[in-house]
Design a protein around this ligand. Structure first.
Ligand code: SF4
Ligand code: SF4
Ligand code: SF4
Length: 177
């Protein structure tokens, strides 16, 4: 079992519903977010395209954030989901420094927070909150080890990219292009 996500950049309209859904589902403090929208211009004039990407922790297979954590607060649970145990976090910031994706932030109470793939929902057979509200249905979540899952099928049939592959972290979020 390895959870992953595919996000179709051809269908994402940058509406930020995924960001708001996450903030609501996970009671994120005002002014903070576990996911965010990035806009980039792809191509060369006159063939240019605006690309929106919904970004968050990539739940990497190779995790510098877990390796550098001195207390074990950063850890990996079933399905490859990378989590932080708030009570064990001493706020040293080593994980924030080591993440190539800027996917973590300091909570105002001193511990580090990030996307959890909504593991509390996934455990009940639901999609993460962001996936469940997307109005263009451009996000796909599931088991990458199951070749019959929707996410595996779409990755097998579409072109995709991961962010910062040169970092060697083996991200588990695939952007369909
Ligand atoms: Fe894109 Fe869907 Fe997020 Fe809107 S909710 S920004 S369409 S991924
Ligand atoms: Fe760790 Fe950053 Fe990868 Fe998330 S995106 S698993 S925080 S290295
Ligand atoms: Fe671990 Fe917390 Fe330090 Fe991050 S800030 S490396 S989670 S103890």
């Amino acid at each position: 079992m390895r959870y992953g996500m595919a996000i179709d950049t051809k269908k994402c309209v940058g509406c930020s519903d995924c960001v708001v859904a996450c903030q609501t589902e996970n009671n994120i403090e005002h002014g903070y977010a576990r996911d965010w929208i990035t806009e980039t211009i792809e191509g060369i004039y006159p063939s240019m395209e605006l690309e929106f990407r919904s970004e968050r922790c990539n739940h990497c297979e190779n995790t510098p954030c877990v390796r550098t954590c001195p207390t074990g607060a950063s850890h990996i649970i079933e399905g490859g989901i990378v989590k932080v145990t708030h009570s064990e976090c001493i706020g040293c910031g080593a994980c924030i420094e080591s993440c190539p994706y800027d996917a973590r932030y300091f909570h105002t109470e001193g511990w580090v927070d990030k996307c959890t793939f909504c593991d509390h929902r996934v455990a009940n057979g639901q999609d993460p909150a962001c996936v469940s509200v997307c109005p263009t249905y451009c996000m796909y979540f599931g088991d990458l080890d199951d070749k019959n899952s929707q996410v595996s099928k779409i990755i097998a049939t579409r072109k995709w990219k991961v962010l910062a592959p040169e970092a060697g972290t083996k991200p588990q979020i695939f952007y369909l292009t």
